[in-house]
Design a protein around this ligand. Structure first.
Ligand SMILES: Nc1ncnc2c1ncn2[C@@H]1O[C@H](COP(=O)(O)OP(=O)(O)OP(=O)(O)O)[C@@H](O)[C@H]1O
Ligand SMILES: [Mg+2]
Length: 130
């Protein structure tokens, strides 16, 4: 499962991953992988991989860092800034786009758009909607 997380700086991508991990029972600290580019987690019987590719700049780094191996069809890969490694990150099953939205009613909230791309993505979205 590969999930792309789109949205400007500060849109709430890391916050969403943190909430997801905590909802899955992970009780440790969830740091932004701003400098490490990748953080590894185990929760709810799944292996999760949280990428932040904002600072990724060198394609040769991709294999050297072992990133290709992480997209093994079993890990759940949540990828912030996938556009920074365009052509290297495998295709997404789902794309999530976050945007800051301020209204009088909800205050400083976020808009979220979830797009299912693959069959696995559609099954996830169906569960989210139920
Ligand atoms: N749904 C939300 N409602 C209100 N505030 C939020 C929400 N999501 C995130 N924030 C706040 O916005 C700030 C930035 O969030 P976050 O670090 O998750 O953004 P990001 O999209 O990961 O940014 P970056 O691209 O820099 O990694 C944090 O202070 C966070 O508390
Ligand atoms: Mg972030």
């Amino acid at each position: 499962m590969v999930i792309y997380l789109y949205g400007n700086l500060g849109a709430g991508k890391t916050t969403l991953v943190r909430a997801l991990l905590h909802a899955m029972g992970y009780s440790g600290r969830v740091k932004s992988p701003t400098y490490t580019l990748l953080e590894l987690y185990q929760a709810g019987g799944l292996h999760l991989r949280h990428f932040d590719l904002y600072r990724f700049h060198d394609a040769s780094e991709w294999d050297a860092a072992g990133f290709r191996d992480e997209f093994d069809g079993r890990n759940v890969c949540l990828v912030e800034w996938p556009e920074k490694a365009h052509g290297l990150v495998p295709q997404a099953d789902m794309e999530i786009t976050l945007a800051i939205s301020s209204t009088e009613i909800i205050g400083n909230g976020r808009n979220i758009e979830v797009l299912a791309i693959s069959q696995a993505g559609r099954e996830c979205l169906k569960i989210l909607q139920s």
